[in-house]
Design a protein around this ligand. Structure first.
Ligand code: NAD
Length: 391
């Protein structure tokens, strides 16, 4: 066959190459890959470690983000997850006014079966090789205590147990930031405080439980759900909360919906059921698609962008990096409310979804393109929070 014929020849479709294509893992064409400064694949057969570290951006400082351990269905799912999450960390750190970039890591495996001190130490070695460009911390499937093992191989770790000079579990601080965010959202949308309002809380884990406590103290009525019925029963006893089945939470009559379990809970199926006036909670990636942000605006449901409202834990662990200062952390976490107020004003002024307004603020801080700026961390560590800076 000559070159022209070869060029124009159509690829032969056979069942075997169709199957091969379906099972093929793409790397460079994976969504979000191009935005990344660096992606590192780690494999240690002897210890059983398979992990990916993704550094999305070091434009504002070293890339900080948790290390998730999860039994992913396949390698492609793990890659997609780590890329999506590390990108989100860039936005979260920028919105919180921190001198940090965005990164994340994932360990492929079941934390209940395969998490060993050797594996955690090996992960620390991999983090250490990056020389501080990536700083790790706890995430889903890893705990604050696990990082005592990681710390044996690297100093580039935060969110350590208090006994090791860390600040311990960041979840109560995440919940406090979400609480301030709910107060700001309710004030903007309803012009009142939380006393007597009904808040539907989805998920009663580390963040959800602490949030329920703060809401209860503020005089809000609670409707709760969790896939663990024992947790829901405890919330009923402790906060006089009304329990609903997990699937029923979207249609509950409540002023505020606070998703504190998993992502993509605002989607084509749930959105038509919602009669809330505010959605403000701790879960990451709450909107299944950007389109849902527009639909929420049309339905006059005020949405507090997740990466802004749930930054409290990040603010706390980041403070370990610079030297923990409780008063400064408190002020920064309270500042989440001020940042949201500014985002809501921008969104109202321009008639855009709040998520888009939040992204505009982030892009302004990152530079006009919002893309990572190369390996060199700049010295913006003292930049003020966005809300303060653009007010
Ligand atoms: P967690 O695992 O402690 O709690 C999650 C809770 O949600 C569990 O009790 C679980 O049983 C429940 N749950 C799971 N699926 C559910 C469903 N379909 N319906 C109702 N309940 C369900 O996790 P967490 O640390 O509290 O984090 C909650 C969310 O907040 C996650 O999306 C996490 O990524 C995000 N987040 C957490 C932090 C933090 O500091 N912990 C920081 C930022 C974001």
């Amino acid at each position: 066959m000559d070159a022209a014929a070869l060029h124009s020849a159509k690829p032969v479709r056979t069942r075997s190459n169709e199957i091969q294509k379906k099972n093929q893992m793409t790397v460079f064409s994976t969504e979000s890959f191009a935005d990344h400064e660096q992606v590192v694949f780690i494999s240690d057969d002897k210890i059983g470690l398979r992990a990916i570290i993704a550094i999305h951006s070091t434009r504002l400082g070293p890339a900080l983000g948790g290390c998730r351990m999860y039994p992913y269905a396949d390698e492609a799912s793990a890659l997609r997850d780590v890329l999506r999450l590390s990108r989100g960390m860039t936005f979260k750190a920028a919105a919180a006014g921190l001198g940090l970039g965005g990164g994340k890591s994932v360990i492929l495996g079941d934390p209940r079966k395969s998490k060993t001190p050797d594996l955690l130490r090996a992960m620390g070695v991999a983090v250490n090789r990056l020389g501080g460009r990536y700083i790790t911390a706890e995430d889903v499937g890893t705990t604050v205590d696990d990082f005592a093992w990681v710390r044996q191989s690297t100093r580039h770790v935060v969110g350590l147990p208090e006994a090791l000079g860390g600040t311990g579990d960041p979840s109560p601080t995440t919940a406090l930031g979400v609480y301030h965010g709910i107060v700001a959202s309710v004030a903007h949308r309803l012009g009142c405080g939380l006393q007597g309002l009904t808040v539907a809380v989805q998920g009663l884990g580390n963040v959800g439980w602490n949030l329920c406590r703060l809401l209860d103290e503020a005089g809000a009525r609670l409707v709760v759900c969790d896939v663990d019925p024992a947790l829901a029963a405890r919330a009923a006893a402790e906060f006089d909360a009304c329990i609903v089945e997990p699937d029923a939470i979207y249609a509950v009559q409540a002023d505020v919906f606070a998703p504190c379990a998993m992502g993509a809970v605002v989607n084509d199926k749930t959105l038509p059921q919602m009669r809330f006036r505010v959605i403000a909670g701790g879960a990451n990636n709450q909107l299944a698609r950007d389109e849902h942000g527009r639909q929420l605006r049309e339905r006059e449901i005020l949405y507090a962008p997740d990466f802004v409202i749930n930054a409290g834990g990040l603010i706390r662990v980041a403070s370990e990096h610079e030297g923990f200062d409780a008063a400064k952390v408190d002020a920064q976490v309270k500042g989440i409310g001020a940042t949201l107020r500014r985002i809501f004003e921008l969104a109202d002024r321009d008639g855009t979804p709040t998520q888009s307004a939040a992204m505009r603020l982030v892009q302004e801080r990152l530079g006009s393109t919002g893309r990572p700026g190369g390996a060199a961390a700049n010295n913006n560590t003292n930049e003020r929070p966005l809300a303060e800076r653009i007010a």
